[in-house]
Design a protein around this ligand. Sequence first.
Ligand SMILES: *[C@@H]1O[C@H](CO)[C@@H](O)[C@H](O)[C@H]1NC(C)=O
Length: 155
Amino acid sequence: MDTKRMSAPASLWLMSVVCFVLSQSRSTCPENQVLHSNGRCCQYVRCHPQHYVRICNTEGGVDVCVPCGPNAYLDDPTDSYFAFDCLEKNCGEDTVPIDSPATEFDGSACFKRCRCNPAKNYCGTDPCRCRYTLCSQGETLLQNCTCVRLQPPYQ
Ligand SMILES: *[C@@H]1O[C@H](CO)[C@@H](O)[C@H](O)[C@H]1NC(C)=O
């Protein structure tokens, strides 16, 4: 008798059973819908950068692209299969959120998407090293830490 010739068909049979089970568990959503980790099927969507995927809240509903808030960003496109969250800008008290990394304006700055806030008397181009600067009365603090006297009428 030949045991080798017996075991090959047996393992093939087992493999096809495993594949059948896997394909059954993966195709529980109708076409063009995505199975999310909460077990819900939603209609596929693809989002531009600076948007996240809001997962549908009813079975078979539509996933929606929602813009990141002013304090968050997401540079990569995302979709229903890879639904990444927006990242927090985490700007300090002396800074305000901006769209680009501070390194775009100052190569030696830290990589935050924040800028020093002259409206709160903080200036400079590195959001991790803002300088507290008070101007004389009637003067306005600029980003580069110079004080200028604005001509009336203001703005
Ligand atoms: C600061 O910025 C203002 C306006 O952009 C500019 O006119 C001035 O020359 C700058 N000063 C310095 C020291 O860079």
